[in-house]
Design a protein around this ligand. Structure first.
Ligand code: FES
Length: 572
């Protein structure tokens, strides 16, 4: 039987009085005893005037409440913080762990038998999943859904792959100020998350593949009526889970489901950020993401989704082609289809219901993939002893094996000041290097890994260069860009020792990233490295600076990890 209002009583030393007081106060809202005796489904509210991606959250909440009540349970909505990508200073990543802590603690603190978390903008779904996993209460995830596409001069546009592409054209002088202003009003034509395969879409697809949300929840466009019907159905499922007291995240998130998530991440041409978030979620469980195993999967799993930035289409096309169920059907036995979902059904059941859409070309079969290998590769070498990541599905093939001279920027500020300087000594064959942009260094690991092409080269028609950093990159970006170099330079990683003029080798096929200087010289430079000044002393920044982990550890706070990992078996 559900605990309802009796769950987690406030501590006054007299449980009877605690319940009496709780009921007395909540009755001030007009609830009846009948309502208060029902199982409770908590619903997070991440609506904010600062978060246009979550603009449909109030309507989703209404639909969830309807579903909960139709099933005889009691919905209770509560606020958590909301993070919008372009409104978070210094970065949204800096705030992800705060949102995870806020959400987890409010789920724990308030009486509820199940919870529905509604999120979408890049860091919100990861934060909510980290919270749900740690609280381990029956949880239904509802992504807010992608925006519909925009149009400009007969061209289909989407945030934010086309934001970057068209801004690049503006920087190169190919379009003028009047046109870039017109584009500005057409890139995000509705509420919802970025409609390319950026981090928001990636995390929504992973969530669905892990069975934490209902089929098609990742892809239904945010303004569509279908999204609100899905929200109502999600409310019904959450109410049933409240009564059954399960399944809990710990029952659904098995080694198989994390492996399935990694396969889907590779097959959708997902965001590199997805790997960090999935790692953080796994680290809250007994399971772990092994970068080498992820890389091996990348050599076996083809990219099957033809979406920007790796391909041509947008999320609504993926949806109309059959969504994640159809993708999983195409992946077939690469996945463990016996993995369970929130409804009690398996992925095999979900895949059996996948729609067949004649003529669609957004979801490919394994015999005609977009790319024969997965989206991402993990690199190692003397520059990245603990690894680095490249999304090679969205890179220039001719640059995937490259030797170039380093042009070093010491920080994001240094980059901003110098990259467009006409006097900058740089050619298209050079390797742009950015450091002090990792989890601790910036702080907050900004999405600065997509270094702009220096203005004078952009104006000469250069579209891509090898760029390497300890930063992240938006999942919506395109380019030959090495990210998450670990250890980061702010903790003395070898990246801190690179000097302008050094030679750097990138060899994606061999999974290598090397600084071509003698080992002794590298050791000398590391010994001479001076750590940044004292850590900040106050507030969340002090907590963040002391406890944030490196990219291969998920950038979570070290004290939030589960300490009992299960040894990962070999994945073949
Ligand atoms: Fe919110 Fe892209 S800015 S998902």
């Amino acid at each position: 039987m559900a605990d309802g209002l009796r769950k987690g009583l406030t501590s006054y030393g007299d449980a009877g009085f605690s319940l009496f007081l709780r009921k007395a106060f909540i009755k001030a809202m007009g609830y009846s005893d009948d309502a208060l005796n029902r199982p409770i489904v908590g619903i997070t509210n991440t609506y904010s005037d600062y978060n246009p991606c979550h603009g449909n959250v109030p309507d989703i909440i209404e639909a969830v409440k309807r579903g909960v009540m139709l099933t005889g349970a009691m919905p209770m909505v509560f606020p958590t913080i909301s993070i919008a990508e372009s409104f978070a200073h210094p970065t949204s990543m800096y705030l992800r762990n705060l949102m995870a802590m806020d959400t987890e603690e409010m789920i724990r603190a308030q009486p509820m038998d199940a919870v529905v978390v509604i999120g979408g903008c890049d860091k919100t779904l990861p934060a909510q999943m980290m919270a749900a996993v740690s609280a381990d209460l029956p949880t239904v995830v509802i992504p807010v859904g992608p925006m519909v596409v925009g149009h400009h001069k007969g061209e289909v546009l989407g945030a934010c792959t086309d934001c970057r592409r068209l801004w690049g054209k503006f920087r190169a002088g190919e379009i003028d100020e009047v046109e870039i202003e017109a584009v500005n009003g057409r890139l995000a034509p509705s509420v919802g998350t970025c409609m390319v395969m950026g981090t928001a879409s990636t995390m929504a697809c992973i969530t669905e593949a892990m069975g934490l949300s209902l089929p098609m929840s990742a892809t239904i466009p945010a303004p569509h009526a279908e999204r609100f019907r899905l929200a109502e159905a999600s409310g019904k499922v959450a109410a049933a889970m409240a009564v059954a007291k399960g399944p809990k995240p710990s029952e659904l998130l098995t080694q198989s489901s994390f492996r399935n998530a990694q396969i889907v991440l590779q097959a959708i041409g997902g965001s590199t950020n997805g790997l960090i978030h999935l790692t953080a979620i796994a680290n809250r469980t007994r399971h772990r993401i092994d970068l080498e195993a992820f890389d091996r999967l990348g050599r076996e799993v083809p990219v099957l989704i033809d979406l920007k930035p790796s391909g041509a289409h947008y999320m609504e096309h993926f949806h109309h082609a059959g969504g994640v169920p159809k993708l999983m059907q195409q992946l077939g036995d690469i996945l463990d289809l016996d993995a369970k979902t929130i409804t009690g059904k398996t992925l095999r059941d979900v895949v059996a219901g996948a729609e067949d859409v004649p003529g669609q070309d957004a979801i490919r079969s394994r015999t005609s993939p977009i790319k024969p290998e997965g989206a991402m590769a993990v690199l190692h070498g003397n520059l990245a002893p603990r690894g680095a990541v490249i999304k090679h599905s969205a890179a220039s093939p001719k640059l995937l094996q490259h030797i170039g001279r380093a042009v070093v920027f010491d920080s994001v500020e240094d980059l901003t000041l110098r990259v467009d300087d006409p006097a900058l000594d740089v050619t298209a064959e050079d390797v742009l290097v950015l450091r002090n942009a990792g989890p601790k260094g910036a702080p907050g690991m900004p999405e600065a890994g997509y270094l702009p092409i220096p203005m004078k080269l952009a104006r000469a028609g250069v579209k891509d260069m090898v760029r390497i950093s300890d930063a992240r990159m938006s999942g919506t970006a395109f380019g030959t860009i090495v990210l998450h170099i670990t250890p980061e330079s702010a903790v003395g990683g070898p990246l801190a020792c690179v000097r302008t003029g050094d030679e750097i080798v990138l060899d994606v096929a061999a999974r290598r990233l090397e600084l071509c200087i003698p080992h002794d010289e590298l050791q000398r430079r590391r010994a001479a490295w001076v750590a940044p000044e004292a850590l900040p002393q106050r507030g969340y920044l002090a907590l963040y600076a002391r406890h944030v982990s490196q990219a291969p550890d998920g950038c979570d706070f070290d004290f939030l990890n589960s300490r009992t990992p299960v040894a990962e078996p070999e994945i073949h």
